[in-house]
Design a protein around this ligand. Sequence first.
Ligand SMILES: Cc1ncc(COP(=O)(O)O)c(C=O)c1O
Length: 492
Amino acid sequence: MSSIMGWKQQQHHLLSKIANSDGHSEDSLYFDGWKAYDKDPYHPTQNPNGVIQMGLAENQLCFDLIEDWTKRHPEASICTAEGIKGFKDIATFQDYHGLLTFRKAVANFMGKVRGGRVTFDPDRIVMSGGATGAQELLAFCLADPGDAFLVPSPYYPAFDRDLRWRTGVQLFPVICESSNNFKITMAALEDAYRKAQEANVRVKGLLITNPSNPLGTVLDRDTLKSLVRFINQKNIHLVCDEIYAATVFNHPNFISISEIINEEDISCNRDLIHLVYSLSKDMGLPGFRVGIVYSYNDAVVNCGRKMSSFGLVSSQTQYLLASMLSDNEFVERLIEESGKRLATRHKVFTAKLLEVGITCLKSNAGLFCWMDLRPLLKESTVEAEMALWRVIIDEVKLNVSPGSSFHCTEPGWFRVCFANMDSETMEVALQRIQSFVRKPKEAAEVPVAVKAKPLRNNLRLSFTRTRSRRFEEFVMSPHLISPHSPLVSART
Ligand SMILES: Cc1ncc(COP(=O)(O)O)c(C=O)c1O
């Protein structure tokens, strides 16, 4: 033990501040759910009582279409008999501008995903390693260490890693509340801005995710316009993460920031507007690590392109995707079919939850639901949320994500993903949730008798000492989920 401590101390002196910091936070308590899944993964026949992974925002519903296209186009890969003639050129290509055919195809895809209402210039497409790399690249271009971005909460937990860890940038949450369906209000924005100023922190930008992870909602036109006015008035940047753009499966339609800045009644300094995109969600290809920065600011495009040398997309991947994404018929069918399948999943999932009285925030996008388990909490505290979360992992055997990991200020919300599994597994997950909620109260871990609303109150959990200790550990350490941890060999 002491030799480990000694070794750690020695490393501390040998390594940089970044290497010694825990800005990546893969030791966070939130990893427990991932570890539980990793140790005991569900399999329908080999491990039917294992943990089902519902913490992974992956889109696996249209793989058949992508696989089918790949089979029908062997020439699109340089590693087939049909495509081998391109092997040498592509294997040696490493220009950080990227293949023009790839940039054109991505620009075309981005336009199609936005319903053809807007076009994108291939010369503004800057590559990076996923949206993860794109966010960091932008933070490096727009802010100095100590500067801050405002981020409406609840927000994607790994922003704390992606924007802060290596750049030294800070994030200030803009608190959104369930009382108005977590909408971003001007009052909350002004409040977050003021708090940063009071702390003597320079605000360099506002970062929004539209459609939202974890809410699965889209921003309406008026809100988008008010955000554009806000950032122009303050002269700060607006970074729009639109990586869930094609996951919108129901009305209202998705409106991109790129449409808003074209509208006549809005006056906007375009140098302040930047998009982050990736093929991880809309295409379901997170392993390809295709991330995009699309900036309307020439200097950012210029600098970002140079920086992209640190996170290029492999030219083999560019080559394949250039071909796939310029097949308009395929792309249109994929987008349409993906929307239909997501809509069906969402409908079945939320209806089954409702059968046992569980509601979700009304949503029309994303790969997840924002599930309201507030009635199951013993009290409205993060401590009680963590207690319920442990029961869901250990007893219900589902890895879901607690709202506190998304910086949600109201305990009791959970994000639950539904597109990273087949429908049979989803059925099993739903049965588990249903029987957990229907379970007689003595079977629930440490129930508390409450008179009103018997069904839900049966499930109210009391807080054990072990959990209390867990909570202390949790509040003492920075909160962050790292979706790409090598430790858990899992993704988002
Ligand atoms: C809002 C948001 N931005 C960025 C990312 C990272 O995506 P990528 O896999 O392209 O790095 C995710 C992944 O879940 C996300 O939800």
